[in-house]
Design a protein around this ligand. Structure first.
Ligand SMILES: O[C@H]1[C@H](O)[C@@H](O)[C@H](O)[C@@H](O)[C@H]1O
Ligand SMILES: [Fe+2]
Ligand SMILES: [Fe+2]
Length: 306
């Protein structure tokens, strides 16, 4: 059985010491963002059970996602995509490619993903004008959804989007549509179906295998292409879909002290990621020059390896 202990670099051999976020999180909280009560369909956000035009499709998505995302699958995908040999492309081009992508796991949004990226980034920019690293984080946090496109392997939706969860230990009941984990090959595996499974207590999320998708992929792309974004940005990108942890407080026993610090940033980020979703579209060409300048600032090369 593989144990992920005392790891000081990631699976590329990259040094894990990343720069700290430039400002104190406490000074940054509560910028007056007004949380809307309803999404653009007039329903509560993240209500996976209420009858709606998206409910059935979303539930169907999670049935597949929970059935197929097992330890062996995740391991294979990390290895395969860790090679970064799928494409060479600049970040803005990838944003544009997402113009044609709709996320089937999302009960709150059915407009193209480039709008979600810009809505998130612009909402953050309004409340945190000086934290340009957080604007860029907003822009790129969901870019990993390019995995759905032919040039990046054309993975099915269940392998790209939706909430994420650890594999290698018991699935927590707070995961949405928990019941579908019963079909997962790991569900009855005694090595995996205990509270800690294969992980030591407080081993740190970096040592935990998360279900495969746009989060881990984009984290790998950013690291591999040597971004100078602070560690909080990389943590946000990697764990923003881990709702069982950041919303429900499950799996905390796997976090180390650094994770606890970084999680505060995910809480801030999540408000903008979730509640900026609306059908009021952003003028892409108008904001493009600003974001292109941020990409230049935080990525050493124009063309990234994907
Ligand atoms: O449906 C959404 C969507 O796929 C988001 O990009 C992801 O971050 C969320 O966690 C998920 O629930
Ligand atoms: Fe996401
Ligand atoms: Fe998002």
């Amino acid at each position: 059985m593989t144990m992920f202990l005392e790891q000081t670099d990631d699976y590329f051999g990259n040094d894990l010491e990343e720069k700290m976020a430039p400002t104190n999180e406490k000074e940054l909280a509560d910028r007056g963002f007004v949380v809307p009560h309803f999404n653009s369909f007039g329903l509560r956000f993240r209500d996976y059970d209420v009858e709606s035009m998206r409910q059935e499709g979303v539930e169907n998505f999670y049935r597949k996602n929970h059935t197929y995302q097992c330890y062996d699958f995740v391991k294979k995908m990390r290895e395969e995509y860790g090679k970064m040999n799928k494409a060479e492309m600049d970040i803005w081009k990838c944003c544009e490619l997402l113009d044609g992508v709709v996320d089937e796991s999302d009960p709150d949004l059915d407009i193209p993903q480039i709008q979600h990226l810009l809505q998130t980034a612009e909402a953050i920019r309004k409340d945190y004008p000086n934290e340009d690293w957080l604007h860029l984080t907003g822009l790129i946090h969901d870019l990993g959804k390019v995995l759905l496109l032919p040039a990046f392997g054309e993975l099915p939706q269940w392998a790209v989007v939706g909430d994420i969860f650890p594999v290698g230990c018991r699935f927590d009941e707070s995961n949405v549509h928990y019941k579908y984990f019963k079909e997962n090959p790991d569900y009855n595996n005694p090595a995996f179906n205990t509270k800690y499974g294969i992980y030591p207590e407080k081993c740190g999320l970096n040592n935990v295998m998360m279900s495969w998708g746009h989060d881990d992929y984009m984290y790998l792309v950013a690291k591999k292409n040597k971004t100078t974004l602070p560690s909080a940005a990389l943590f946000i990108i990697r764990y923003h879909s881990f709702y069982a942890l950041h919303k429900e407080g499950a799996y905390k026993h796997l976090m180390n002290d650094e994770d606890v610090e970084n999680l505060k940033w995910v809480h801030i980020f999540n408000k903008y990621d979730l509640y900026s979703k609306s059908n009021v579209e952003i003028d892409v060409e108008k904001v493009k020059p600003y974001y292109v300048s941020l990409i230049k600032k935080y990525f050493p090369t124009e063309k990234l390896r994907w």
